[in-house]
Design a protein around this ligand. Structure first.
Ligand code: G4F
Length: 340
């Protein structure tokens, strides 16, 4: 019989890629979308699946809405990808972030427990939970030390998922996903900001791009690869938690250098701290500048994951490396802007 999956946050990057994957596997896909996010289904359109996903209003802050949605569709699997997922914004909206990103998880789990504890649950946990890391690389056993209201809210959701698994025997998995990007990434995240910004500079649409901390390092993977891990977690014999990462780390500056390389922009770095800038050697113009407004009150300096457990238990491994990822994003953004 056809399985039904409910994906919360279907309008986001991961929601779109996961929908595509599950549709291909023959699922009926119900996409939960926040009413205020209406009109933002461009990613589903981009993947040519906008008519195949059944969209329903979904609000993580409203228990009755969650309960009714689950009762109506009776999904076999729920993937909770919805969240206030921008770390920077969580410092300005700590209580909203706690409510949506943290408490929202317990609302879904409680609804599952009341309606049908057989429903399988995937929680989108985050490497942000490691924060000020106590060891490198990070594994499922690395202690957590979140550094933002977002990281703290995700940690709440992570432990709530474990508790419902242990207390009520719910098949609940937590995927500790490291940064994952793609052409469908939102523009507030640094990778997309860079690939869009540099493409615009190349096309003469803007003169320079302003960024914050260029030294932080991230383990950047491709979102299309990572949604497969989500699916595999729910198909395994036992529910568990998994780190999903590439095992390589690069700085924001590395991301800029690689993007410039892809676009054929030859740059030279000059200055230090807030005076640091990238000069386009051909024009002599400063194209990357620092604006301290993009600094965070507390920063996560380095993330590097070890996903040996996922490789062993789920037979999952990333297919796309850092350079292929940057190339995919630059190609998409440059061509889209050029053909506008
Ligand atoms: O792209 P970011 O905003 O991603 P961040 O904070 O690492 O969080 C992402 O990954 C998490 C998994 O680890 C997810 F859970 C989360 O939802 C999100 O997807 O920032 C990356 C780094 C940071 O160190 C930030 O300070 O880039 C630095 N950065 C420098 N300039 C900037 C900017 N980040 C943003 N967004 N904008 C800038 O101008």
């Amino acid at each position: 019989m056809k399985k039904t999956a409910l994906i919360t946050g279907v309008s986001g990057q991961d929601g779109a890629y996961l929908s595509k994957l599950l549709l291909k596997k023959g699922y009926r896909v119900i996409g939960g979308e926040r009413r205020s996010a209406s009109g933002s289904l461009w990613r589903l359109k981009d993947l040519n699946i906008e008519n195949d996903v059944e969209i329903t209003d979904f609000e993580l802050s409203e228990f009755t809405n969650i309960y009714r949605t689950i009762e109506k569709y009776r999904p076999d699997e729920i993937y909770n990808l919805a969240a206030q997922s921008f770390v920077g914004a969580s410092f300005e909206m700590p209580t909203m972030t706690s409510d949506i990103t943290g408490l929202g998880v317990s609302r879904i789990l409680e609804a599952i427990r009341q309606i049908n504890p057989e429903i399988k649950f995937y929680q989108a946990s985050s490497s942000e939970m490691f924060g000020k890391v106590s060891e490198t690389p990070q594994t499922e056993n690395t202690p957590f030390y979140p550094r933002s209201p977002y990281g703290i809210a995700k940690l709440f959701g992570h432990w709530m998922t474990i508790n419902y698994k242990e207390a009520y025997n719910i098949f609940a998995c937590s995927g500790i996903l490291f940064n994952h990007e793609s052409p469908l990434r939102g523009e507030q995240f640094v990778t997309k900001k860079i690939t869009m910004g540099l493409s615009k500079i190349k096309l003469g649409l803007i003169e320079y791009l302003e960024l914050g901390n260029l030294d932080s390092k991230r383990d950047w993977g491709y979102a299309g690869d990572y949604v497969e891990a989500m699916y595999l977690m729910l198909q395994n014999d036992k529910p568990d938690n998994y780190v999903i990462s590439t095992g390589e780390t690069f700085s924001v500056k590395d991301f800029i250098n690689t993007s410039c390389n892809e676009l054929g922009i030859d740059i030279e770095w000059q200055g230090l701290g807030i005076d640091e800038t990238a000069i386009d050697k051909k024009t002599g113009k400063s194209i990357i500048r620092i604006n301290p407004k993009f600094y965070r009150p507390t920063e996560v300096d380095l993330l590097l994951g070890n996903s040996t457990k996922a490789k062993k238990m789920l037979k999952w491994k990333p297919k796309t490396n850092f350079y292929e990822l940057v190339s995919k994003m630059i190609e998409y953004d440059y061509n889209k802007l050029k053909n506008k």
